[in-house]
Ligand binder design. Sequence first.
Ligand SMILES: Cc1ncc(COP(=O)(O)O)c(C=O)c1O
Length: 414
Amino acid sequence: MSISDLLTETSHRTHFPGDLSAPDPLPEDSIQAAVNLMNDGRLFRYGEDRGSLPEAALLEEEFAAYLGRKFCVGVNSGGCALFIALRAAGVQPGDKVLTNAFTLAPVPGAIAHAGGVPVLVDITERTVIDLDDLTLKAAESDAKFLMLSYMRGHIPDMEKVMAVCSEFDIAVIEDCAHTMGAGWNGKLTGTFGGVACFSTQTFKHINSGEGGLLVTDDEDIAARAILLSGSYMLYAQHRARPALDVFDRHRFDMPNCSMRMSSLVAAVLRPQLRQLTQRNDEWRQIYAWLANDLVEVPHIRLPVRPLAEEFVPSSLQFMFEGIAEAQIKHFLQEADTHGVHVKWFGNEQPIGFTSRHDHWRYIDAVGHVPIADAVLKSLCDIRLPLGLSQADCATIARVLAEAMASAIMLDDKK
Ligand SMILES: Cc1ncc(COP(=O)(O)O)c(C=O)c1O
C-alpha cells in the first residue's frame, strides 16, 4: 500500500492506547529489599559505631564484578558520576575537555561543574563521534581529556577511538548512561576508558529514580572519587575500593562534595542488576520489531547499526528525509494526538529530554560541528518501555506511518 493510500483506505485513524513515558514497575525483590531497609532505618550508607546493611558497598562490588573492573563508587546521579570522574581524573579549571556534540545536558553540565572547557567534536550520520574531527580537534586543542558520551546508546568504533586517544595521550571518560550492558566487538562499554560512568535514573536500564555508578581500574582515581563523593573518613566501609594506604595519598586534598549513593537506592538496584541481561534481551527484541516496521515508512531513516555495535536499546532514533520543517511539526503533532509521543532534537527550544549544544549558553564551547547541526535538525527519539509487544510495535509504526501520510498530504494541499 502506498503512503497516501494509508489515510484514504480507512475511515478511522490508528491510536496507540499505551503510555510510552510510563516507567516499568520495580521487581518484587527490589520492593522487599527497600522494605527491609526501611524497617532497619539506616538509609545512610555508612554506619558509625554499628555497621549498616551494606547495600551500597555490595552493589558497588557486584557492579564492578559485572563489568570486570577493579573499583566502583556509587553516587547520587549519573551527572555527579561524570563530574567526579573529571575531577578524580585530574581536570583542573580551564582544562579543555573534548566531547561529542550529540549528548544530553548533564554532560556539558558536568564539564562546566568541574571547571573544564568543552571542545565539541562533530558526529557522523549514525550519530556517533566523528573520528576525523576527533583527530583534528585533538591536535588543534591539545585537550588531554575526552568525555565520550554514548548518547542514546550509539557506540562508535571503539578500537579507532582508543587509537586516536592513545596517539594524543588523551584520557577517556566514558558516559555510559545509555549503554549499561552494551558493548563494541565483544567488549563492554565502561571498560574502554580510564573511568566510566553510569546513570540509574528512572528511564535508564536499571531504575532507582536517581543514582550513578563510577568504575575504574586506577587506584588513585578510585580513592579520589570515593573521597569526592563524600565518604567522610568512613571510606574503609567500601568493598570495591583500593587499599587503605592509597587514601592516605589523597584524603587531605579532596573536598567532600556530598554526592553519596543512599542505601535505599542501592537496595532497589541490586535485584535489577541481576535481571539486566534478560531486560536487555527484551529491549533488543522490541527494537527489532519496531525498526522492522519503521523502515517501511517513507521519509524516515534509521541510523545504521554496525554488527560490532552490541547495543541495548531503551529508545529508538530516526531521522526525517526529504520533508520540510512544517511537515515535521505536523507529523509530530499528529503522532502525539494518536498516542505516540516523539521527541525531536530540531526544536528551537529545548524541551524535556532534548537539548542541543546551542542551548547550552553557559558553556564557552569551542568547535564547529556542521554535521551534528544538520543531523540534529531531523533527529527524533522514541522511548521503548519494557513490556511492549510485537502488536504494540506494529500499532506504533502504523500511527507514525499515518502521521507521515498526513504530513505529506499537507504539502500536496499547498
Ligand atoms: C547521555 C546522558 N549522560 C548522562 C546523563 C546523566 O544522568 P543523570 O540524569 O542520572 O544525572 C544522562 C541522563 O539522562 C544522559 O542522557
